[in-house]
Design a binder for this molecule. Structure first.
Ligand code: SF4
Length: 181
């Protein structure tokens, strides 16, 4: 698999930038579970693809470590200002759509099973079925988050070309496709 083919796939699906990471470049920390549990986003326990439903943090970190490489990508969206919660939510939904397109695009390029992690919860449905105590509507497409698996986005991206912050009145979200080859 050519690295550039994977990067081009991500860009063609709407990612602003993408790069390839080796496993040791992915920074993990169990502290992200406590951050999820503090419920600053207001979404803890409200989405099937968020804690506590996705599993124990150390097992999920081991899962991340089981893949030797990752396609690291970001979307950058405009918002009105730093209080534009609606704009941030729309940007999250857009990031989920880009992530879904990337999953479809890279599937034929990768020979082995892979794992796609997006950012800050699933976002595929306007309201997750968990909030109605119903099963997930799209279990084959549902997106877990980097944070839920213990990925430290800031420290993973700081030595790459993908900036964590991309200017005033923008919001940046990240994702990764973990793969073997
Ligand atoms: S696909 Fe819909 S129902 Fe399933 S986890 Fe995502 S938001 Fe919830």
């Amino acid at each position: 698999m050519e690295d550039q083919a994977l990067i081009d796939a991500a860009l063609s699906c709407g990612a602003a930038k993408a790069t390839l990471l080796d496993q040791q470049q992915i920074v993990l920390s169990e502290t992200f579970r406590a951050i999820c549990e503090s419920n600053q986003c207001g979404g803890y326990g409200k989405c099937w693809m968020c804690p506590p439903y996705i599993g124990e943090i150390h097992q999920l970190m081991d899962t991340v470590r089981s893949y030797p490489r990752g396609l690291w990508f970001q979307t950058i969206s405009d918002i009105e200002d730093s209080y534009d919660i609606e704009g941030m939510f729309e940007a999250g939904a857009r990031h989920a759509q880009v992530s879904s397109r990337i999953r479809e695009k890279v599937a034929p390029l990768l020979k082995q099973p892979f794992l796609l992690l997006s950012c800050g919860g699933c976002h595929l449905c306007e309201v997750c079925a968990k909030q109605e105590d119903k099963p997930c509507r799209f279990p084959d497409r549902a997106l877990s988050s980097l944070e839920g698996y213990g990925v430290d986005v800031y420290n993973t991206t700081k030595d790459t070309d993908l900036k964590y912050i991309n200017g005033q009145n923008t919001v940046t979200y990240f994702g990764i496709v973990l793969f073997s080859e």
